[in-house]
Design a protein around this ligand. Structure first.
Ligand SMILES: *Cc1c(COP(=O)(O)O)cnc(C)c1O
Length: 296
């Protein structure tokens, strides 16, 4: 059902890209629900948990979190129990994401938004020695090491630029490590005003790779994390109509818009060949009212 062999490179052909070669690495094709970068980011966390003889993976996320559902799935595949600490009170009706996570066997604990902020406190209170804790979003060094492998399944040496969406920047850190010296890695922040992003990425990049070329963009958040104004929805439907490219409301739609806008503004030199990393997340679109998107 899921296989890295499913991941294709799609050439974008419409007039949106200013006659520039733009391809998309479709990590969303890995699996219908557990798509994208989260699965890569979990790989070394799971290995570490098994090496330490833990029987349960525990982690944090919101009710539509791609990371929560990916952890539930990947944990099950690895033969580990999973626990999800979910932000906010237990809802009367579970989101599609939480239903999937529960179906993969994840035990869900709901904590108030206020308590959720203090993760150290939650971990201390639960204090289960057989549990292995994974950072929210799979952030951190093992996550970045896993993300390095995103570029390994395809021949990506001919691209001049590799662009990805950023939350914590862990995926970008992995891509920077995996890229070669001539390639420029571009991270498009999904958060508003996350000015420490570049620094956070560089902390995860080994010294030997720190002079690689990295650009971070802060102006494509469309109002903030998970904000999806009508112009973003319109853009997503247009991308679908012109390219048959499905994107998610939190990350990849904003990334594609950034590349489109930067091309229109002449940001890229002549001869640029751009690879957009489609990091998945389509399952999160199920939080939208039916009919909002022309695809799903
Ligand atoms: C989590 C996520 C990201 C951001 O990844 P980071 O490594 O935290 O920067 C990007 N795209 C999608 C679809 C995600 O789910």
């Amino acid at each position: 059902m899921w296989d890295v062999q499913n991941i294709q490179i799609q050439r974008l052909n419409s007039a949106l890209w200013n006659n520039t070669a733009v391809d998309v690495l479709r990590l969303d094709q890995l699996h219908p629900v557990v798509s994208g970068n989260k699965w890569f980011k979990l790989k070394y966390y799971l290995q570490d948990a098994i090496a330490l003889q833990k029987n349960t993976i525990a982690t944090f996320g919101g009710p539509h979190s791609n990371h929560i559902v990916a952890t539930a799935f990947a944990g099950k595949e690895a033969g580990l129990h999973t626990v999800g600490i979910i932000r906010g009170e237990a809802p009367a009706i579970y989101s599609a994401t939480l239903l999937d996570a529960a179906a993969y066997g994840m035990r869900l604990y709901f904590v108030s938004r206020e308590s959720y902020r203090n993760k150290t406190n939650i971990m201390a209170q639960l204090n289960e020695p057989s549990w292995y804790w994974v950072n929210e979003g799979g952030a951190g060094k093992p996550g970045a090491d896993g993300a390095m492998e995103i570029l390994k399944n395809k021949d990506t040496g001919s691209y001049t630029h590799i662009a990805c969406a950023c939350g914590t920047g862990t995926t970008l850190a992995g891509l920077v490590q995996a890229a070669d010296e001539r390639q420029v890695c571009i991270g498009v922040s999904a958060l508003k005003g996350f000015t420490e992003l570049r620094e956070q990425v560089m902390e995860l990049v080994p010294v030997a790779h720190q002079d690689k070329r990295v650009e971070v963009m802060h102006d494509y958040h469309f109002g903030g994390y998970a904000k999806h104004p009508p112009e973003l929805i319109h853009w997503m439907n247009e991308l679908w109509r012109l390219e048959q490219l499905p994107t998610d409301i939190v990350y990849t739609s904003k990334l594609c818009f950034a590349v489109h806008d930067l091309l229109a503004k002449g940001y890229f030199e002549k001869g640029a060949k751009i690879l957009i990393i489609h990091s998945g997340g389509l399952q999160g679109n199920r939080s939208l009212p039916e009919g909002t998107l022309e695809f799903l």
